[in-house]
Design a protein around this ligand. Structure first.
Ligand SMILES: NC(=O)c1ccc[n+]([C@@H]2O[C@H](COP(=O)([O-])OP(=O)(O)OC[C@H]3O[C@@H](n4cnc5c(N)ncnc54)[C@H](OP(=O)(O)O)[C@@H]3O)[C@@H](O)[C@H]2O)c1
Length: 328
């Protein structure tokens, strides 16, 4: 797989990483053994970046990734996140914290669960509007000085927050949802600021949480605790409208002899050399399909045709039920 720089003069990582979140929560049943096989196969196929967060599980996703990389740490670019604080008794209850003391303790806890002595890329998962971002990033910078963290990232931070954060320390990556149906960052200043400041983009949910693969035909198939039940995009009329867009993309994929998932990933990677995508899967076969997308070349005509059938802002419904936690 090709390598890309994460940010100007930043670390080199494979153009596709592996999102590990769904291995532990949000998208149906867990299978830890298959998930670990998937991580191992990803590393064999050239993936370097593994993406997790303390709140996935909560906590058990970091432990799973930690188990999977025993003896393989050298080839891994390990990314995790802090800042979405989940209640230990009732994990559905969440808060946001960017408090400096909390940042330090969250990092210690992640290092312990991941069973490593440093994190390659440490993200603030959501901006805490009660704590000036300069203070949060200052605490992250101290982790870099202490050798516990190598690079600093932000997730779903607004243009203003990105610019303020970058006055304190180099920001290596902005992790944001970016896919055919999530393109807000292209027009709301986030992408502009990231590119001006030489910050790399890590595109999360590049497959639209599975929807852009065309494999999800009904929201009724989701288990009761599946996150997608809460997303307006996966509900009622929105679901049906979005499905028509996906089916049009599927037709283009057929013409190009690839799957809709592969086309969706190739589309993200074609948006710029400063982008790394982190599709998630807990299955080896699906991982292999996704990695094969890196061999697909989309011409300007292909990209225009995709844009024609799936226009910017074409998706129906918001990506989160509560959008107040993103772009802040
Ligand atoms: N920063 C943030 O706020 C944030 C938010 C969400 C996610 N993330 C990160 O981004 C990563 C990726 O995002 P995501 O997992 O939400 O969404 P995604 O990569 O867009 O889609 C993952 C879903 O698609 C399915 N899938 C994957 N490849 C497929 C294929 N070829 N054919 C059919 N189905 C396929 C997976 O199912 P199977 O597992 O069954 O294959 C899973 O349910 C996460 O793992 C997480 O690390 C970050």
């Amino acid at each position: 797989m090709m390598l890309r720089s994460l940010g100007t003069n930043g670390p080199r990582v494979a153009e596709l990483g592996l999102g590990c979140m769904g291995m532990s929560e949000f998208y149906g049943v867990r299978d830890d053994a298959e998930s670990i096989r998937t991580i191992h196969r990803a590393l064999e196929l050239g993936v370097t970046m593994l993406d997790t967060a303390d709140m996935y599980g909560p906590f058990i996703n970091e432990e799973l990734v930690g188990r999977a990389i025993v003896g393989k740490r050298e080839g891994v670019f390990l990314a995790t996140k802090f800042g979405i604080v989940r209640d230990a008794v009732d994990p559905s209850q969440r808060g946001i914290s960017g408090d400096p003391q909390y940042v330090a303790s969250a990092c210690e806890a992640s290092l312990r669960r991941l069973n490593v002595d440093h994190i390659d890329l440490y993200y603030q998962h959501r901006v805490d509007t009660k704590t000036p971002i300069e203070e949060t990033v200052g605490a992250m910078a101290r982790l870099v000085e202490q050798g516990k963290v190598r690079y600093i990232g932000l997730s779903e931070a607004s243009e203003t927050s990105i610019r303020r954060a970058a006055t304190v320390h180099t920001i290596t990556a902005l992790q944001n949802e970016w896919s055919l149906w999530s393109r807000n960052l292209e027009s709301n200043g986030q992408l502009l600021a990231a590119r001006e400041l030489g910050i790399g983009i890590v595109a999360y949910s590049p497959l639209g949480r599975g929807f852009l693969t065309g494999a999800i035909r009904s929201s009724k198939d989701f288990s009761a605790d599946d996150f997608r039940r809460t997303s307006p995009r996966f509900s009622g009329e929105n679901f049906e409208k979005n499905l028509r867009l996906v089916d049009a993309v599927r037709e283009i994929a057929q013409q190009k002899n690839c799957t809709a998932a592969q086309l969706a990933l190739a589309w993200v990677l074609a948006q710029g050399d400063d982008i790394v995508a982190i599709p998630g899967t807990k299955r080896v076969s699906t991982l292999e399909e996704n990695i094969a997308s890196t061999n697909i070349h989309l011409s300007a005509a292909d990209l225009a045709e995709i844009e024609r059938v799936f226009p910017l802002d074409g998706a129906s419904g918001a990506r989160y039920a509560d959008m107040s936690f993103v772009n802040r």
